[in-house]
Design a protein around this ligand. Structure first.
Ligand code: FES
Ligand code: FES
Length: 161
């Protein structure tokens, strides 16, 4: 089994972490850095609750990516969206548009939505559907979630108080 240290920047902070070839990025975030916002569901790439964003702002399933491949890379988790006590627009939109029920899937859904908004600040229906295709919410459908994503741009543009 391969072992070693990786340097991983999480939400702007650099960490040196001991990992082996058995560890995934999700193991590092939750097990070693105690960042519990990223959820552990199926661990097989099917549910999307473990979604984080890579340095390009793309959605990544942290349960599928080996930790050793993340040496020198940067990742943003749900804990990194808030800045100076201010929720990110997508977080505020999820609250205002009632897009949260039990909340278990919410970090993964929000990081998937953030990845859509990183590429397309005013996403259309297809962009949103594509972005949500990999995340499953067991409480409800995606109607409120889609509404929140559609309106997240209003907060950035100052169209919403
Ligand atoms: S926990 Fe990663 S896709 Fe389900
Ligand atoms: S809000 Fe409960 S699983 Fe999605």
């Amino acid at each position: 089994m391969k072992k070693g240290f990786i340097t991983l920047t999480v939400n702007g902070d650099a960490h040196e972490v001991a990992v082996s070839s058995r560890h995934t990025l999700l193991d590092v975030l939750r097990g070693k850095l105690q960042l519990m916002g990223t959820k552990e569901g199926c661990t097989t790439g099917s549910c999307g609750v473990c979604t984080v964003n890579n340095a390009r702002g793309e959605a990544v399933l942290s349960c599928l990516t080996p930790a050793l491949e993340w040496d020198g890379q940067a990742v943003t988790t749900i804990e990194g969206l808030e800045k100076n006590g201010q929720l990110a627009p997508i977080q505020q939109a999820f609250i205002d548009y009632h897009a949260v029920q039990c909340g278990f899937c919410t970090p993964g859904v929000i990081m998937s939505a953030q990845a859509v908004l990183n590429l397309t600040p005013t996403p259309g229906e297809d962009d949103i559907n594509d972005g949500l295709a990999g995340v499953i919410c067991r409480c409800t459908g995606h109607i409120k979630v889609k509404e929140a994503i559609r309106h997240a741009g209003d907060y950035v543009a100052g169209r919403k108080a």
